[in-house]
Ligand binder design. Structure first.
Ligand SMILES: C[S@@+](CC[C@H](N)C(=O)[O-])C[C@H]1O[C@@H](n2cnc3c(N)ncnc32)[C@H](O)[C@@H]1O
Length: 285
């Protein structure tokens, strides 16, 4: 039986929203878009219109920024570091695995999410045509052990291969102490491989940042939408680095999407300063 504290299925509604955004911007196939996602997108249209006036960009643009930089980092690890196995946790309706398996058919791509979302994702991939080496499993990141833990998922992999864990749009749903326990477990399990990385987006608590008011607005919006908290983590880049090192990662890059302007073809640029960070954390053996 699942304890109340690890049942975070209220968050799953947000995957319909982001899943629809990826579809709307040509990043996936029709099956990835749901009615709930379409409805949420239509409901937030006035908010997006207001944001375009106030901030010069809307929620879609901010989501596409993080998605695009994560994609770029993942491709670099595949092409330059020989990553052959990827575990994408809290995969939701993200088409990243679908796209990467098309581009790199040799890749082993495991997606994990809570039971209902994992079942939905498996079905939609099967309907599209699930390729060999592309699997979807139930996984609850809060479970330290057992059948649906991260450890159980990592045990399915080849321990001789360079391996990457990805999360997107997940870590700010948890209090820092709670998600740091998850990060520690990730670092420990990645150490079983010859090379191991973790990539995630993170919304920091940079209180004196010029775009802080937009993130505080997003915090209220996401909290309302998912009926819970959406805490921001760490006051500056250095604190992020120190935190991840404390969790067991040996090298930590904190990336700002703005540093990639002009370098990535599918990265939309915004005039205001970006506040999301992409973290690439590596473990040494
Ligand atoms: C904002 S969505 C992000 C989905 C996808 N990564 C994307 O970017 O489109 C958050 C996802 O986290 C999943 N989730 C929530 N709590 C979880 C948990 N405890 N373990 C694993 N996944 C969880 C939800 O089901 C949902 O799919």
């Amino acid at each position: 039986m699942k304890s109340a504290s690890t049942d975070t299925s209220r968050i799953s509604v947000s995957a319909h929203y982001t899943g629809y955004i990826w579809y709307k911007h040509g990043l996936s196939a029709r099956g990835f878009a749901t009615q709930a996602g379409r409805f949420a997108n239509a409901t937030l249209a006035p908010v997006n219109a207001l944001l375009r006036v106030l901030a010069g960009a809307d929620i879609d643009i901010f989501l596409l920024q993080r998605h695009s930089v994560i994609d770029h980092q993942v491709k670099e690890l595949i092409e330059q570091e020989g990553v052959t196995q990827i575990v994408e946790l809290a995969c939701g309706l993200s088409p990243r695995g679908y796209r990467l398996k098309k581009a790199y058919p040799q890749l082993r791509y495991i997606e994990g999410d809570l039971p209902a979302m994992a079942a939905r994702k498996r079905k939609l991939l099967e309907d599209i045509g699930l390729s060999e080496g592309h699997e979807v499993y139930e996984c609850n990141i809060l479970q330290p052990d057992g059948e649906h833990s991260l450890g159980a998922l990592m045990d399915k992999l080849d321990p001789t291969q360079p391996t990457l864990i990805i999360t997107e749009g997940l870590v700010n749903y948890f209090e820092l102490s709670e998600i740091r326990e998850v990060w520690s477990r990730m670092a420990t399990s990645l150490k079983a491989f010859p090379k191991g990385w973790y990539i995630t987006d993170l919304y920091p608590d940079f209180a004196d940042h010029p775009s802080y008011r937009y993130v505080k607005f997003a915090q209220r919006l996401v909290g309302l939408f998912t009926r819970g908290q959406w805490p921001l983590h760490y006051p500056n880049d250095q604190a992020i680095q120190d935190g991840f090192r404390g969790d067991g990662f040996s090298k930590v890059d904190v990336l700002d999407p703005a540093d990639f302007y002009g370098k990535l073809s599918n990265l939309p640029e915004v005039k205001i300063q970006t506040l999301v960070r992409i973290i690439k954390a590596e473990v040494s053996e």
